[in-house]
Design a protein around this ligand. Structure first.
Ligand code: F6R
Length: 605
């Protein structure tokens, strides 16, 4: 979850690293720190809180002389957010400093052993244990690279680490195991970082490091080796085609707002090259059999996409689908039968620890795994039997928005594609495809008015401390997503519920201070949803009805959005829900792009 970056080259290293941390801050922002060589020593400067606190401290330091530096932005796992737990961590002998993203699972055992040898610890972190383990290994193995590898071989868990040595301050060592790490190759300079935007202003040439890789680099040279035996490995150098513009706010107040407004473009890009002569082209799936049973596994917003996709996959492709939260799936004896089964893992980041674990379980059972990911080169993208990239571009806001839209699009295309292979209804397919192709324009036109209405309603309901989001059928997953967005951004308690379930208990909560946002779109379940809404109103519950012009129920507030045939209407409802949460959070003065306690990439279980 944390973000790390290392730089060695010809520029002042600390400003490069701090700028990189700013672009990694979405991964965690409990504390930040940097290390750099200065006058024969290794300086470590750290601060609790956001990067601005670190910058304040750095303003008083002579940092510009160092051309090698590394930094860290933290999402706390072991140890509360405090300066003593901030990275970089030093070894007891003061010679080494390390930054780490991930969790060393056996750190307690290692710590007990090191305590017995006289080591002392100043933090509660697993990282401080790791750097001292490296120092301990160095006692019997003076070559730091070998000592680093020996220590990592003893550490179980997930890590992306970068190490600096006081005695050789212009060399960086780095390694990855189950946590993302990308190597950037510039002219006379090298980078390691948790994500590409950290160094994209300087180079587009990257190597996606793999689990078990160790890197040693200086400004002019680099080598990648296997952790196992330090044998050299060669990975292709890839060129990043998107630019920094995509990772900047582009005039919007927040990344989240920009990303919501990018959704028409996301749909255009996602459709590009995917439709030819009225047929869906998904060459990624051509080599795989049509699944007889599909198990969708994901977390958070990606899980909600999967729930939404189930409706289309069952209706259009006639494939039975189960959808499960990855953290549950991985510890359940699931009935993956092998033959005929397929697992579909959905993940924006491609690094979510539980989703990745689910992928590995399925692969061990010999079941083909299809990955639906946004981040090129991510662990899930690389380990899946086949991968479909959602092409949404970098999503910086911690709350996921455009990624869900892109996942829904790809799920719709998959449903149509498998329907095509199962000899489904060609006329129905052509109708859906033409609707999908008209979506970018329709959505682009609708967004400004939707934004305005979201703003009005957020002001009106800003006093609420609780919210229900109600929906049925394909709108139920959207209700779950609407509630997730509201709680994570505004810290208002919100529950997504299947509208028909309300009378089985939750309706007891309804009173005039507990409003419901009801998805009452013009589809086959509209009359049923209206009945559920009437039941809420009869208990003095306030209702906002998200509905289509011409079919407007009796509600306290009507929110009209353009009609689209079900289930594609979800592409119109989703941004409305996102904008409502955005406006609510912004109005309440919350940190929209970096909500408290969260991180973008959840690489710990
Ligand atoms: C909510 C949100 C999270 C993620 C979840 C899965 O706005 O962003 O719920 O959807 O952590 O992340 P990925 O899709 O990267 O696996």
């Amino acid at each position: 979850m944390c973000g790390i970056i290392g730089y060695t080259g010809h520029r002042p290293g600390v400003p490069v690293v701090v700028e990189g941390l700013r672009r990694l801050e979405y991964r965690g922002y409990d504390s930040a720190g940097v290390a750099f060589g200065l006058k024969g020593g290794l300086e470590v400067i750290r601060a609790k809180g956001k990067l601005a606190a670190l910058e304040e401290k750095l303003a008083h330091e002579p940092v510009t002389l160092a051309t090698t530096a590394m930094g860290h932005t933290r999402w706390a796992t072991h140890g509360e957010p405090a300066e003593r737990n901030a990275h970089p961590h030093r070894s007891n002998d003061g010679r080494l400093a390390i930054v780490h993203n991930g969790i060393i699972e056996n750190f307690q055992e290692i710590k007990a052993d090191l305590l017995g040898k006289g080591y002392v610890f100043h933090s509660e972190t697993d990282t401080e244990v790791l750097v001292n383990l490296i120092a301990e290994c160095r006692k019997s193995q003076p070559d730091l690279l070998k000592a680093f590898a020996a220590a990592l071989r003893q550490a179980h868990g997930a890590y992306a680490v970068c190490l600096m040595d006081r005695d050789d301050p212009d060399t960086l060592l780095a390694a990855r195991m189950s946590a993302p790490l990308i190597f950037g190759i510039g002219t006379g300079e090298h980078f390691v970082a948790s994500d590409i935007p950290a160094f994209l202003p300087y180079t587009r040439q990257v190597i996606f490091l793999e689990d078990g890789d160790i890197v040693r680099c200086t400004a002019g040279d680099y080598a990648i080796m296997r952790l196992e035996d330090l044998a050299p490995v060669r990975h292709p150098v890839q060129t990043i085609t998107w630019d920094m513009q995509a990772a900047q706010k582009g005039g919007y107040r927040h990344f989240m707002l920009k990303e919501i407004f990018e959704q028409p473009r996301v749909i255009t890009d996602g459709l590009s090259g995917r439709v030819q002569d009225g047929k869906v082209c998904l060459p990624e799936l051509d080599g795989l059999p049509v699944p007889e049973r599909l198990h969708i596994v994901a977390c958070g917003t990606s899980y909600h996409s999967g729930l939404w996709g189930r409706h289309l996959l069952e209706n259009w492709a006639h494939i039975p689908v189960q959808v499960e939260i990855a953290s549950e799936f991985r510890y359940r004896e699931s009935l993956l039968l092998g033959k005929g089964d397929m697992v579909l893992v959905i993940s924006q980041s491609g690094e979510t620890a539980d989703t990745l674990a689910a992928l590995r379980i399925a692969r061990e059972k010999g079941v083909p795994v299809l990955g639906l990911c946004n981040v090129v080169g991510s662990s899930i993208a690389r380990e899946a039997s086949a991968v479909i990239l959602t092409q949404a571009g970098p999503e910086i806001s911690v709350a996921s928005t455009k990624a869900m839209c892109s996942q829904m699009l790809m799920l719709a295309l998959m449903a149509l594609y498998w329907g095509q292979r199962n000899d489904g209804d060609a006329a129905e397919r052509a109708r859906c495809l033409s609707l999908l192709e008209s979506l970018p324009v329709l959505l682009g036109e609708a967004l400004p008015a939707m934004h305005e209405r979201a703003r009005e309603l957020s002001r009106k309901y800003a006093q609420a401390r609780n919210f229900f989001y109600l929906g049925r059928g394909h709108c139920f997953p959207l209700a779950l997503e609407g509630a997730l967005k509201l709680k994570e951004l505004s810290y208002i308690h919100a529950e997504g519920y299947a509208a028909g379930e309300m009378k089985h208990g939750p309706i007891a909560l309804i009173d005039p201070a507990f409003p419901s946002l009801v998805l009452a779109l013009d589809d086959e379940l509209y009359p049923k949803v209206v009945s559920n809404m009437v039941e809420v109103k009869a208990r003095q519950g306030k209702v906002i009805a998200l509905c289509n012009t011409g079919r407007e129920p009796d509600a306290d507030d009507i929110w009209r959005i353009p009609a689209l045939p079900s289930p594609l209407a979800g592409f119109m409802a989703l941004p409305a829900l996102q904008l409502f949460s955005y406006e609510m959070a912004d109005y309440l003065g919350k940190d929209v792009d970096q909500p408290r306690n969260l991180a973008k990439s959840v690489t710990v279980e």
